[in-house]
Design a protein around this ligand. Structure first.
Ligand code: PLP
Length: 466
């Protein structure tokens, strides 16, 4: 039996379970090959099933071999957008070189090839989500457009004055502003689920709201994973509670779909929105998933070509789903690119992607805890995805502005993000103008985490803090 040092992570990790375990036992499905690390309770050495060959993966991403300011690139800004493997770049290049044509209407060979590839991408996404049918996959530009589609189409038809939309304190602006617009247009009100100090949702807030507003709650919108705190939210639980009160549940999957195995029937939500560019695919293509019965009841979002069955001067008949929601020439190349990204992720296995990131974030949290003056936001490893947001501060005062920190790290070749991360109410809640965020993906390594830690020490030396 061989162990890979610090290579795997128990996907069923729950701190309470591990505490009751003895060395050599593990709760994960690879128990015969697993061992609890006696020093670092949360890390489990696994052999087999959950392993990624990160060096091999890195070779698939051309950009990862470049340097920045003379240093090897350490790309830790994956929550903003991910890098693209050769196969995704090639799939789009191939479309433009060999069979570029508009889709759905042409009868010539190129149009048929383009349509087949584009619709094949939809089938791949559908399988990736375990959806009942590709008809449930609506191609949009990104998460933002998917949520606007729901707010404008479903929202205008189903939400009226006095109705309530429940969101959370940790939502990205994309899952906040469309609902503010809907509330302004209809007279509906917005209510919010708060957070505990570790950045977990307070589900008792949801229960209180469900009692207080009863049948007036039309929708509960929640991010699958916070893009700031990394918190993985109990979406299935939230969807079940929403349904009991007669409300629908929308999941903003921008951060969860690229990093966690997704099974829409198991999630139990009604809408799932996500972006291709955060999951190895290109920009300009995203997905709204919803059950067919629901999509069938919703009016079109935009009008024009592609979304109609027949058009007369004063009225028109809509195309069937999903085309009813896809007005105009679609982003064919990028749809095909997203299909290639799904192939790549499926080939690795989302359980393995998740396990790799869990191991990496546990390592990062452990190493960052040793950096002086570092305040880390969000829950412990095991309850979060591969996102670590922090500030250099003492007694509640920022010692280095996150933008300065990000600039110093950039000079070391390390790309992180600084700002409010499009979740301004959350930064307001924490009483800071901005935070710094490192976010990981399947190609990141412990060596890159070590470089991040070293660069944070260096930044503190620059500011005379160490
Ligand atoms: C949680 C979350 N929701 C929504 C979005 C918006 O994604 P996009 O800009 O691709 O529409 C992001 C992007 O960072 C995000 O992290």
């Amino acid at each position: 039996m061989s162990y890979f040092p610090r290579a795997g992570f128990c996907t069923l990790y729950v701190p309470r379970m591990l505490r009751s375990q003895k060395e050599g036992e593990c709760a994960c499905e690879f128990e015969q090959f697993s061992q609890v690390d006696p020093k670092r309770q949360c890390v489990v050495y696994c052999c087999g099933g959950t392993m990624l060959d990160v060096n091999k993966i890195r070779a698939d991403f051309p950009i990862l071999s470049r340097t920045v300011h003379g240093k090897p690139l350490a790309y830790l800004d994956n929550a903003a957008t991910s890098q693209k493997p050769e196969s995704v770049i090639r799939a789009m290049d191939d479309y433009y070189r060999r069979y570029n044509a508009n889709v759905h209407r042409g009868v010539h060979a190129l149009a048929e090839e383009a349509t087949a590839a584009y619709e094949d991408a939809r089938r791949k996404v559908s399988r990736f989500l375990h959806a009942a049918s590709p008809r449930e996959v609506v191609f949009v530009r990104n998460t933002t457009e998917a949520i606007n589609l729901v707010a404008l189409s479903w929202g205008r038809a189903n939400v009226s004055a006095g109705d309530v939309v429940v969101l959370t304190m940790m939502e990205h602006h994309s899952n906040l502003v469309p609902w503010q617009l809907l509330a302004q247009a209809t007279g509906a009100r917005l209510e919010f689920i708060g957070l505990d100090p570790a950045g977990r949702l307070l589900l008792e807030d949801l229960d209180r709201l469900l009692i207080e507003f009863g049948g007036r709650i039309r929708l509960v919108g929640v991010s699958g994973m916070s893009n700031v705190l990394g918190t993985v939210n109990p979406v299935a639980e939230i969807a079940a509670r929403a349904h009991q009160a007669g409300a629908l549940c929308l999941v903003d999957g921008a951060q969860s779909v690229p990093h966690l195995p997704v099974d829409v029937p198991a999630l139990g939500c009604d809408f799932l929105a996500f972006s291709g560019h955060k999951m190895l695919g290109p920009t300009g293509i995203g997905v709204l998933w919803a059950r067919q019965e629901l999509l069938n009841t919703m009016p079109p979002f935009m009008g024009g070509g592609e979304m109609i069955k027949s058009v007369h001067l004063r009225e028109s008949e809509w195309a069937d789903i999903p085309h009813k929601f896809e007005a105009g020439t679609p982003n064919v190349a990028h749809g095909i690119g997203l299909g290639a990204a799904v192939d790549y992720l499926t080939g690795l296995g989302m359980e393995n992607v998740h396990a790799h990131e869990q191991a990496l974030v546990a390592y990062a949290l452990e190493r960052l805890a040793q950096v002086p003056n570092l305040h880390i936001y969000g829950p412990p490893a095991g309850e979060r995805g591969g996102i670590v947001t922090f500030n250099v501060m003492r007694d509640g005062e920022l010692l280095i502005h996150p933008h300065d920190l990000a600039s110093i790290l950039d000079m070391e070749g390390i790309a992180i993000r600084a700002g409010h991360h499009c979740a301004q109410p959350l930064t307001e809640y924490y009483g800071v103008p901005a935070t710094a965020r490192a976010s990981f993906y399947l190609y990141n390594t412990e060596e890159e985490v070590d470089r991040l830690v070293e660069a944070l020490h260096k930044a503190q030396r620059v500011f005379g803090l160490e």
